[in-house]
Design a protein around this ligand. Structure first.
Ligand SMILES: [Zn+2]
Ligand SMILES: [Zn+2]
Length: 208
């Protein structure tokens, strides 16, 4: 690797570490996260679920049963029990499909609010679903950018990739005063030179 490549890889690693630090502070809760899924999709899924139940029940009892067939075939002699078993199967399948739809909708909305390429990530998750299940969703959770967060000086929402606050020019990527290497806000020691960042007092200052 050339010096240039090494520096690019190094700064990529460094940015990744700082992004991880910031994401750990996000402290997301499942139900508040669930709320970013659009209301209309939740209603649609519920409506489709009941429609599937009714269709399955009607087809089974009014179309198949008069011809001496019923699903599941082992319960041919007990229409009530067969209907109940079918309802259970429809519920199970619906749960899997609903989870997939909600995962896709979540990625779509979440990527948008994080300033990522929402269309691209949504397509990726959909493409991977049939063969790889929720792998695309997991990749997304690992790769996603941190949420915009309030500027430590003035509270304006700033993107994770901003270097300075657009409102007050606060330096959003503090650096070690000794080696000028970028450090995380929560770092106690500089990961590059080991300088104690806490005792350095007003240590966190703009890069030279
Ligand atoms: Zn600010
Ligand atoms: Zn340092």
């Amino acid at each position: 690797m050339s010096d240039y490549q090494q520096r690019i890889a190094g700064s990529f690693q460094e940015r990744k570490r700082l992004n991880q630090l910031r994401k750990r502070k996000e402290n997301l809760r499942f139900w508040s996260e669930f709320r970013i899924i659009p209301r209309w999709l939740i209603v649609l899924v519920i409506v489709l679920f009941f429609a599937a139940q009714v269709i399955a029940f009607v087809v089974n009892t009014k179309v198949l049963a008069p011809n001496g067939e019923i699903f599941p075939p082992e319960l041919k002699n007990d229409v009530a029990l067969a209907s109940l078993a079918l309802a259970g199967i429809v519920t199970g399948v619906s749960l899997v499909i609903a989870t997939m739809l909600f995962a896709i909708a979540y990625v779509n909305r979440d990527a948008k609010r994080r300033g990522m390429n929402s269309a691209l990530w949504t397509i990726l998750v959909i493409i991977l679903l049939p063969a790889w299940g929720f792998i695309g969703f997991v990749i997304y959770l690992l790769m996603r950018e941190p949420l915009p967060y309030p500027c430590p000086e003035c509270g304006t929402a700033v993107g994770a990739r901003f270097n300075f606050c657009p409102n007050c020019k606060c330096n959003l990527h503090p650096s070690c005063p000794q080696c000028k290497h970028e450090v995380g806000e929560l770092d106690k020691f500089c990961p590059n030179c080991g300088n104690d960042l806490k005792t350095a007092g007003d240590a966190i200052q703009a890069p030279a």
